[in-house]
Design a protein around this ligand. Structure first.
Ligand code: NDP
Ligand code: PMR
Length: 395
């Protein structure tokens, strides 16, 4: 039923792309592939030696941070200081809704790490965020220099880092040619994965210094990167292949701009970047959870069909996508609800399990979801990690 309805609207979701291979939306029956063929293989549904880049310093507090738990002078009651959370891409959509939910709780100070300072300031103001509970700091994930500068600036601010949320992303479904980051990486993987990879690797040290009771690193994933789902089987499907394009630097010159070495496809590049996000979270977990106690998680917040993520899609898609998700797939979730979900992953005392990919059911109850085979492939996660650390200049 859902699939039938989907095929009716699928033409509206076709992206006009010329000269693309069979995986593009344009030339599929429901985008040129038989779902049954695609789904049958995928619908059924490491311990690595820890590289020590720093010694675990659990007991140590950040130089100027006040202790996380203090005793009230009169009654000896324990109080928790405000948590300090960095959210990337907090100027719109999920990031803004999460920042708002956290700032309004009064329990968090949100550092909104955004590429457009003025846009972020306006967004925070019009969302009515209490101004004592947020700070905006410049971060352009499409530039590794900007990532390093952000880390410097953040450290200079002398705030502790209790939770880092890697949320920002770009999606270029209609692009015919790749565009590139400052260092020459294809833009979607360069921003969504490599920018966040460097940021989180650098800030791990700061998270590890925090004395907050529950320190967390959250990397936003998505259903569309998981081929064990219907959404993940809409072409073009995520597939990192043997990482030959990534290893070549994704520069579109002497290497492909795509991770798997194939022809450029903006929608696939986004989905591949989400697979990298989910693999990175698990690799962090394997390398650092035991020694640092930091919780590493990813999530699919639901289909937030109204956000700026779809800004580059054709107008007809932007018109039909929200009702399609609301009434046909029933996967739709509002920005506000999705923000509450991510805020839960930031601060809910019951969501401390590490290495988990959270999702929510129809009653908005969280559950540990299953990742696809590729998105949970430990060997691939190790390779993505190793190639990525070379690309961002960590080794
Ligand atoms: P939005 O486009 O609303 O938000 C994306 C944010 O990322 C914006 O604040 C944007 O900044 C920021 N951003 C983009 N490029 C950069 C950059 N180079 N440096 C810094 N910030 C940047 O989309 P969503 O809220 O939908 O997306 C948020 C996350 O949710 C993404 O990780 C996405 O993959 C994920 N997600 C979204 C789903 C959905 O249905 N919408 C479903 C599943 C996951 P600016 O405002 O300046 O453009
Ligand atoms: Mg999808 C239960 C079914 C379901 C869900 C939860 C999503 C989520 N989508 C589903 C099904 C379908 N989608 C079906 C059957 C179709 C064919 C008509 C379909 C199409 C479709 C397109 C063209 N869907 C899309 C697109 C996009 O361009 C979005 C995308 O892939 O962005 C990368 C998208 C999405 N669908 C979703 C979600 C969450 C997205 C946004 C993707 C993301 O942020 O990862």
């Amino acid at each position: 039923m859902a699939l039938q309805a989907a095929s009716v609207v699928s033409s509206a979701f076709s992206v006009p792309k010329e000269g693309k291979s069979s995986a593009s939306f344009k030339d599929s029956s429901l985008f040129g592939v038989s779902f049954s063929d695609n789904l049958k293989a995928e619908f059924s549904s490491v311990a690595l030696s820890c590289k020590r880049e720093f010694k675990p310093v659990r007991a140590q507090t950040a130089a100027t941070a006040s202790p996380a738990i203090t005793r009230g002078a009169s009654e000896g009651k324990k109080t928790l200081r405000k948590g300090s959370v960095v959210v990337t891409g907090a100027s719109s959509g999920l990031g803004l809704a999460t920042a708002k939910a956290l700032a309004e709780s009064g329990k968090w100070h949100v550092i909104m790490a955004c590429r457009d300072f003025l846009k972020a300031e306006r967004a925070a103001k019009s969302a009515g965020m209490p101004k004592e509970n947020y700070t905006i700091m410049h971060l352009d994930l499409a530039s590794l220099d900007s990532v390093r500068q952000f880390v410097d600036n953040f450290r200079r601010s002398e705030r502790p880092l209790d939770v880092l949320v890697c949320n920002a992303a770009v999606y270029q479904p209609t692009a015919k040619e790749p565009s590139f980051t400052a260092q020459g990486f294809e833009l979607s993987v360069g921003t969504n994965h490599l920018g966040h990879f460097l940021l989180s690797r650098l800030l791990l040290e700061d998270l590890n210094k925090s004395d907050y009771p529950s320190r967390r690193l959250i990397i936003v994933g998505s259903i569309t990167g998981n081929t064990n789902t219907l959404a993940g089987n809409v072409p073009p499907k995520a597939n990192l292949g043997d990482l030959r394009g990534l290893a070549g630097g994704l520069n579109g010159l002497n290497s492909s701009s795509m991770i798997d070495g194939g022809d450029f496809d903006g929608a696939k590049a986004y989905k591949d970047s989400k697979v990298c996000n989910m693999l990175t979270m698990q690799e962090f977990h394997r390398r650092y959870h035991e020694d640092t106690g930091i919780t590493f998680t990813s999530l699919y917040p639901g289909c937030i069909a109204t956000t700026g993520l779809f800004r580059e899609h054709i107008p007809l898609f932007r018109l039909l996508f929200p009702p399609f998700q609301k009434y046909i797939t029933k996967g739709y979730v509002s920005e506000e609800e999705a923000g509450k979900r991510l805020a839960q992953v930031v601060s809910d005392p019951s969501l401390t399990k590490s290495g988990v990919y959270w999702s929510w059911n129809k009653d908005s109850a969280s559950f540990e979801n299953q990742l696809s085979q590729e998105a949970s492939d430990a060997e691939k996660a190790r390779k993505v990690w190793e190639v990525s650390e070379k690309l961002v200049g960590l080794v």
